[in-house]
Design a protein around this ligand. Sequence first.
Ligand code: PRP
Ligand code: URA
Ligand code: MG
Length: 211
Amino acid sequence: MPVTQLDHPLVQHKIGLLRDANSSTKKFRELTSELARLLAYEACRNFPLETVTLDGWAGPVAVQQIAGKKVTLVPILRAGIGMLDGVLDMIPSARVSVVGIARDEETLKPASYFEKFVGDLGERTAFILDPMLATGGSMIATVDMLKGRGCTQIKALVLVAAPEGLEATLAVHPDLDILTCRIDERLDQHGYIIPGLGDAGDKIFGTRNGC
Ligand SMILES: O=P(O)(O)OC[C@H]1O[C@H](OP(=O)(O)OP(=O)(O)O)[C@H](O)[C@@H]1O
Ligand SMILES: O=c1cc[nH]c(=O)[nH]1
Ligand SMILES: [Mg+2]
């Protein structure tokens, strides 16, 4: 299964702090952003390098640079926006496409309400950003949209994933590379991840039940 859980102690420490129900909105946003940076670091691990020569302080110096790897970031509104700045800190040249998907809290099915794709998606690697992968419906819908527009290299960067959602997502998109800070235990009867983070969109946007 192409799922990578980031076992680094810093990541596990920070995801633990994120579970504190008494965390302020400010703290939740800061931790989300820090974890997004660490996910971006791991997501670039297999990018090819090339050697180029620069003018160094002591004359020409051969250095390693990432070889022509172009990235499109795709935050899923709303909660994915909380990860955008952190990933852009690491990959400032990335393009940004946006999809808006809200999960129907009764049926748990994803409903798409916005999409803005930019550039030639076929020539870039897409990093989908969303803190939560629960049933997998929102992730599957986003990958469907990207593939429908010619994107062939796609990675999902999530903070917490449920085993049920990972299985469902990979059943439809076995080629998707999923990086998660943590694979949690299960979904509850309302489709929320246990132990999870609660409603990530509400925490990042300072709302209650979306309002
Ligand atoms: O895997 P799934 O079962 O599809 O659930 C995960 C989705 O649910 C949350 O978004 P939500 O629909 O609550 O929207 P919001 O970000 O606007 O709060 C979350 O940010 C994911 O996008
Ligand atoms: O646990 C969950 C599931 C879906 N959306 C969230 O924000 N949290
Ligand atoms: Mg929400």
